[in-house]
Design a protein around this ligand. Structure first.
Ligand code: HGY
Ligand code: MN
Ligand code: MN
Ligand code: MN
Length: 410
């Protein structure tokens, strides 16, 4: 098993083929969850898996499981995978790399005529990005029970379309139940989406866990009025309140250094007319920290801060906390399997905590789980210019193969 390697060229070609679906001008992809383009990417993935001899099942929230039998199919599966949905201005590698690295592992096992003890499964999770339907990691959250499945299926996009109806529309409302698939070990390969590995010229990140996250939706309600005759002192301007809140969120990010992150990514202004004082503004907030107490401190600072703004500006305020998961460590055996795989293959590597959320973080709640990171150019992701090298992507997939085989031997 030690001398098994993946076919890096075939992996790169599959990534470039997949990147044609939803390709954008600047070389990225836009494949929002459960759109026709997401369906196209799912169909291509299913086709490739069947060509590789896998059986394919889809669960009730559209998670796709491709299964390669092992010698003893009573054993729990060795699972790997990631997501095919993207950000609106996403990159070619975020998510797709982990799905296609899993497929490449199966293709390479086939080439070598290598029979594993356990069955091997690749998964493509639904709505990992949380861009069209909030929150993120929805498919794996429903699968693992980290999120309530009915709540997940009822989530709607900004046009009021639900996950459930969109799954039906694209033909991926699967007949398999959510969860309950026995998993011996789970690994996810992903680009780092930050600058550390590239700066240290290390092709492999041994991911020890992920930081905690909290998502909120903040609404300020003031009073629509005419932009001309309404004196400044009489205004209840919801957008000015929201603007202060955006500054507050950014300041909380700095106040809780080191390691805190705080972002307002979306804003909706109503009635959104040049000469009407905004009466209703909705803002999204994403806060993260690797230490739970510090993330709780950020939460408290946010709650106190938005109340103070509302009071001072004579506005109504509503802060909905829609999602939270704590800082999550990965399984020590899986982390060791990744680290030893990188060492055995002679790849420079270092331990790293994931700044991004991943489906592996949900999986860590139900099975021994680990992740492999590879560098991305300038640490840029969630951007159409996202880039990675064939060499690093190959290295990551080779480590994935070794880690999975080691778990298979246990
Ligand atoms: O937000 C994240 O960390 C991931 O891209 N869903
Ligand atoms: Mn991702
Ligand atoms: Mn992402
Ligand atoms: Mn008028």
């Amino acid at each position: 098993m030690e001398n098994l390697r993946i076919n890096g060229e075939r992996l790169w070609d599959s990534l470039m083929e997949m990147a044609k679906i939803g390709a954008t001008e600047k070389g990225g992809v836009c494949r929002l969850a459960l759109t026709d383009l997401d369906r196209e990417s799912r169909d291509l993935f299913v086709k490739w898996c069947k060509e590789a001899g896998c059986s394919v099942e889809v669960d009730a929230i559209g998670n796709i499981f491709a299964r390669r039998p092992g010698r003893n199919n009573e054993l729990p599966a060795i699972l790997t995978g990631s997501h095919l949905d993207s950000q609106p201005t996403g990159g070619k590698f975020d998510g797709a790399y982990g799905v296609l690295a899993g497929l490449e592992v199966i293709r390479s096992l086939n080439d070598a005529g290598y029979e594993t003890e356990h069955p091997v499964e690749i998964v493509a999770w639904t709505n990992e990005e949380g861009s069209r339907f909030a929150p993120a990691m929805l498919g794996s959250g429903a699968y693992t029970g980290a999120l309530d499945p009915e709540w997940c299926l009822a989530r709607t996009d900004l046009e009021g379309k639900s996950v459930a109806e969109e799954l039906q529309r694209i033909g991926y409302a699967g007949d398999k139940p959510l969860g309950g698939r026995p998993v011996a070990a789970c690994f996810e390969a992903h680009i780092e989406q930050g600058p550390v590995l590239e700066a240290e010229e290390k092709p492999i990140g041994v991911v020890t866990g992920g930081q905690g996250q909290r998502w909120y939706e903040l609404t300020f309600i003031g009073q629509e009025a005419h932009a001309g005759p309404t004196p400044m002192a009489r205004r209840k301007d919801a957008l000015v309140g929201a603007a202060e809140a955006v500054q507050l969120v950014n300041q909380i990010g700095f106040d809780f250094q080191p390691d805190a992150c705080a972002t307002c990514g979306m804003m909706q202004v109503s009635p959104n007319s040049r000469n009407v004082i905004p009466g209703h503004v909705w803002v999204t907030i994403d806060m993260r920290h690797p230490v739970d107490d510090r993330l709780s401190g950020m939460d408290a600072a946010l709650r106190a801060g938005v109340e103070e703004i509302a009071k001072r500006r004579n506005l109504e305020v509503q802060l909905d906390a829609i999602w939270h998961f704590p800082a999550t460590p990965f399984d020590s055996d899986c982390v060791a399997a990744v680290r030893d795989g990188a060492s055995a293959l002679g790849y420079a590597h270092r331990d790293i905590v994931s700044g991004a959320g991943h489906d592996a973080i949900n999986m860590a709640g139900v099975a021994p789980t680990g992740m492999i990171f590879v560098p991305c150019e300038d640490g840029i992701s969630h951007n159409e210019i996202e880039n990675a090298t064939p060499e690093d992507l190959t290295a990551g997939a080779n480590v994935l193969l070794q880690a999975m085989l080691r778990s298979d031997q246990k």
